[in-house]
Design a protein around this ligand. Structure first.
Ligand code: GLU
Length: 442
């Protein structure tokens, strides 16, 4: 079935790794089913939503390659939400309440002191016309609550299986605040109905919302979408991530030089029964996406794992996939040589420095290096030169293995690891090679 899904971030901050897991589930589901991925900006909180964050979210999703087919912001649709609120009022499902926050607080405390659940007592339903007139004369304006039917709401969750929530144990949710502003609950349902959303992927922190919202879809006469609530991310040691999410924004990860596909590869597979693998494009993730593979228990996000995966993704990237992001001198052959040694794409600069110099060679046995220098082949150097040279050094000195290769690598590159020396030697060239074998910075 072709699914219409939506990713609905609030532009009150930049998106972070937790959001991207939700975005990916929606995106991959849409692409796998040949359906549509809709980007909805939940900006009804006018105080905290900004244009800068909305732009930032679009930029980050675009960078990740999670392209949407349709987009809109809730602030454009206030008239629709008001119409829906009027219908619910007319049907007696949305009722006016005049309690102040302090009064509600007192009620809750009394309930708790009597070991009762702190559920709203629906006192507002018993108000007479005179009571209402008195409140309004005092200058109070009502907030509006949705009257839940006291029943067990159940659905077959795509990830959690059979879920049942007893709405009799919940307070009637406030849909409209006393200042007339809307909470998230109603606009989201109105949008899902109007945009023909078939499935909602979101975090398990929304499970209770879902139960109440199911009755709102029904009260508005709309189709109830299918729901899939994924478990939340924790830190590497299982700790809650919410406090650290600010530092795990996609923007910051991008600026730290990580690849979009490393982030996608990790977050699409984290907490699923599929292995985490380094993909260089989204297609295989689309292909393997299956919500039934998503675990109900929380998944651990470890930045160290992301770093390691980033290196693997770079190793798998073809020159065409990076050509517009590398220095001009890097061609396909040089990419083949250097790519396997990168943790970040920006590490290329360091290897180009090794090639062009100057670098400080590491010299432990200058006599050996001086002797090896006398055996350097004449003529044009190519990928066979290293073998010919080190073969001659081996024959003349009896050194082999690490004793033979490591001092040469350290002298020529100033490092004890790196790209294959058979490629590096001709790139470094005779002049710098000879100088470095003499221990000179070159
Ligand atoms: N703006 C809501 C959030 O970020 C959207 C939840 C939903 O997908 O319905 O939590």
């Amino acid at each position: 079935m072709s699914e219409r899904v939506r990713f609905a971030p609030s532009p009150t901050g930049y998106i972070h790794v937790g959001n991207v897991r939700t975005a990916l589930a929606n995106y991959l589901c849409a692409r796998k089913s040949g359906g549509q991925f809709i980007l909805r900006l939940d900006d009804t909180d006018v105080e905290r939503s900004t244009v800068e964050y909305a732009d930032g979210i679009r930029e980050d999703l675009t960078w990740l390659g999670l392209n949407w087919d349709e987009t809109f912001a809730q602030s454009e649709r206030v008239a629709e939400y008001e119409k829906a609120a009027e219908k619910l009022k007319a049907d007696g499902r949305l009722y006016a309440c005049y309690e102040t926050p302090e009064e509600l607080d007192v009620k809750r405390k009394v309930q708790l002191s009597r070991s009762l659940p702190p559920v709203y007592d629906r006192a507002a339903l018993a108000l007479t016309a005179d009571d209402v007139a008195a409140f309004e004369a005092e200058g109070r304006t009502p907030h509006w609550r949705f009257k839940l039917n006291p029943e067990v709401v159940s659905w077959n969750d795509g990830i959690r299986g059979d879920v049942r929530v007893d709405l009799a144990s919940l307070s009637d949710p406030v849909l409209v605040r006393a200042d007339g502003s809307l909470l998230y609950t109603l606009p989201s349902v109105v949008d899902d109905i109007d945009y023909g959303i078939t499935r909602v992927f979101r975090g398990e922190d929304h499970v209770t919302n879902t139960a109440a919202q199911i009755q709102v879809y029904q009260a508005l006469g709309g189709d109830v979408p299918a729901f899939s609530h994924h478990a939340l991310l924790t830190g590497a040691k299982g700790e809650g991530l919410s406090k650290r999410l600010g530092t795990l924004s996609i923007r910051d990860l991008r600026e730290s030089g990580l690849e979009a596909m490393a982030i996608n590869s990790l977050l699409a597979r984290l907490g699923t029964s599929d292995p985490i693998e380094p993909f260089t494009e989204l297609a295989p993730l689309v292909e393997s996406f299956d919500e039934s593979k998503m675990s109900r228990s929380s998944a651990k996000f470890d930045p160290v794992e992301l770093d390691a995966l980033n290196a693997k993704v770079l190793h798998h990237m073809s020159f065409d996939q990076v050509s517009d992001r590398v220095p001009a001198e890097v061609d396909a052959a040089l990419w083949e040589t250097l790519g396997p040694n990168l943790s970040r794409l920006s590490d290329l600069d360091g290897w180009l420095d090794v090639i062009h110099g100057p670098i400080q060679p590491i010299v432990e046995d200058s006599g050996f290096l001086a002797y090896a220098a006398t055996l350097l082949p004449e003529g044009n150097w190519d990928d066979d030169t290293w073998k010919a040279w080190t073969g001659a050094v081996k024959d003349q000195t009896g050194r082999k293995g690490r004793d033979l290769f490591m001092p040469l690598r350290q002298a020529l590159t100033g490092l004890d690891h790196g790209p294959e020396m058979k490629h590096m030697l001709p790139l470094i060239g005779p002049e710098r090679t000879k100088a470095r074998l003499r221990g000179e910075a070159a």
